[in-house]
Design a protein around this ligand. Structure first.
Ligand code: NAD
Length: 343
C-alpha cells in the first residue's frame, strides 16, 4: 500500500500559480509525501468549466478531504457567490485558523505570537440579506440576519480549546459583543463559559474581551493576548488586524478546518497588479503548506519548512520586494530550497 497522502491542489488565480509552483518545490525538497490531484477553481474554474467551483473540484476534495489552495477570484457580475464561501459551506469548514507570528525582527511590533480561531460558517456572513422598498426607493432599507447556533458555537470553541491545549498555549480569550448583540454573540459567549467550566478549566486559562476594546488592546499591547476565539465577522477583522501586527498579509497563512475536509491557503488575494511578473512573495502559501503538514502530523517537516523560511529571510537576508528586498519568487525559492537541503 502506498504511503502517499492524496490531496487536492488548486493553483488559484493571479499570482496563485507562481506561488504554488514555489511552494510545491519547497514541499518536494522536504520529501513531503503528497500525491496531488490538480483541480481548478475561481476564474480558472470559470474558464475551464463555467463554474468558480467546478463539480470535479468538489468531487476531488470530497474524496481527498485535504486541499492546498491558491487565492481565488470570484467573477464579478453573473451573480456568482464567492468560491471560498462555497467551499466553506460545502465542506462545513467551520474553523478558520490564523496564526500571526513575527518572522522578521525590527518591525513595528517584536515577538508577536498570536493565534486566532474564527467561526467560519455562521454569524453575519450567511448571506441572509435583503432590501425593503420605501418611498419609491427599492433599496431604502437594508436588512441582514446573523445566525449563530449553540451547536455551531460549541463545535468551533471545542476545536479551539483542544488545539490551543495541544499546541501548549496558555490562554484563550473569547472575543464577543454580548453587551449589545445579546442573542447573536451572547450565545457564543455563553457556550464558551459553559464549555470551559465543564471541560477545560485547569487545563488552560480563559478570559473574555469585547471586540472593540480588544482591537484597541491588540494595537496598544498585543503581548497580553495569546489565543483569540471569536465569531465570523469579528474573526475576519481581528485576524487581518493581527496579520498587520506581523507585517501584513504577505506572511499570513490560514487553515479552514471542517468535518468533511481541511483546506489550507495564503490569506492574501490573487494580487492582479503583480501577477505574471514573477515577483510575488510565496511565504504565506508556504506557511499554509506548513500548517497542512502539521495537520497530517508531519510536524518535523512543518518545522523544517518554517525554519528554512526564517533562515532565508534572517540569515541569508533574501527577501522579495514587498519585504523591502530585491529577490524575485524564483531567487527566494532557490535560496529556501538550499536551506531545506543544507539546514
Ligand atoms: P490582494 O491580497 O490580492 O492584494 C493586495 C495588495 O497586496 C496588492 O498590492 C498585492 O500586489 C499585494 N500582495 C498580495 N499578496 C502578495 C504577495 N504574495 N506578494 C507580494 N505582494 C502581494 O487583495 P485584493 O487586490 O483586494 O484582491 C485581489 C483578488 O483576490 C480579488 O478578486 C479578491 O476577491 C481575491 N481574494 C481572494 C482571497 C482568497 O482566495 N483567499 C483572499 C482575498 C482576496
Amino acid at each position: 500500500m502506498s504511503n502517499l497522502i492524496r490531496a487536492t491542489l488548486i493553483p488559484g488565480d493571479g499570482i496563485g500559480p507562481e506561488i504554488m509552483q514555489a511552494t510545491l518545490a519547497a514541499l518536494e525538497a522536504l520529501d513531503a509525501p503528497f500525491e496531488w490531484d490538480w483541480q481548478v477553481a475561481g476564474l480558472a474554474g470559470m474558464q475551464a468549466a463555467g463554474d468558480p467551483v467546478p463539480q470535479a473540484t468538489m468531487d476531488s476534495i470530497r474524496s481527498t478531504r485535504l486541499a492546498l489552495k491558491g487565492p481565488l477570484e470570484t467573477p464579478s457580475g453573473g451573480g456568482y457567490r464567492s468560491a471560498n464561501v462555497r467551499l466553506r459551506e460545502a465542506f462545513k469548514l467551520f474553523a478558520n485558523v490564523r496564526p500571526a507570528k513575527t518572522i522578521i525582527p525590527g518591525g513595528r511590533y517584536e515577538n508577536i505570537d498570536l493565534l486566532v480561531f474564527r467561526e467560519n460558517v455562521e454569524g453575519l456572513y450567511m448571506g441572509y440579506e435583503h432590501f425593503i422598498p420605501m418611498d419609491g426607493d427599492p433599496e431604502a432599507v437594508a436588512i441582514a440576519t446573523g445566525v449563530n447556533t449553540r451547536q455551531g458555537s460549541r463545535r468551533l470553541l471545542e476545536y479551539a480549546f483542544e488545539s490551543a491545549i495541544a499546541l501548549g498555549r496558555k490562554k484563550v480569550t473569547i472575543v464577543h459583543k454580548a453587551n449589545i448583540m445579546k442573542a447573536l454573540t451572547g450565545i457564543f459567549l455563553d457556550e464558551a463559559r459553559k464549555l470551559y467550566k465543564a471541560k477545560y478549566q485547569g487545563k488552560i486559562e480563559m478570559n473574555e474581551a469585547i471586540v472593540d476594546a480588544c482591537s484597541m488592546k491588540l494595537v496598544l499591547n498585543p503581548w497580553q493576548f495569546d489565543t483569540l476565539v471569536t465569531t465570523n465577522l469579528f474573526g475576519d477583522i481581528i485576524s487581518d488586524l493581527v496579520a498587520g501586527l506581523v507585517g501584513g498579509l504577505g506572511m499570513a497563512p490560514g487553515g479552514n478546518i471542517g468535518e468533511d475536509a481541511a483546506v489550507f491557503e495564503a490569506v492574501h488575494g490573487s494580487a492582479p497588479d503583480i501577477a505574471g511578473k514573477g515577483i510575488a512573495n510565496p511565504i504565506a502559501l508556504m506557511l499554509g503548506a506548513a500548517m497542512m503538514l502539521d495537520h497530517v502530523k508531519l510536524n518535523d517537516k512543518a518545522a523544517r519548512l518554517r525554519k528554512a523560511i526564517d533562515d532565508t529571510l534572517n540569515i541569508d537576508k533574501i527577501r522579495t520586494g514587498d519585504l523591502g528586498g530585491t529577490a524575485n519568487t524564483k531567487t527566494f525559492t532557490d535560496a529556501l530550497i538550499a536551506r531545506i537541503h543544507n539546514g
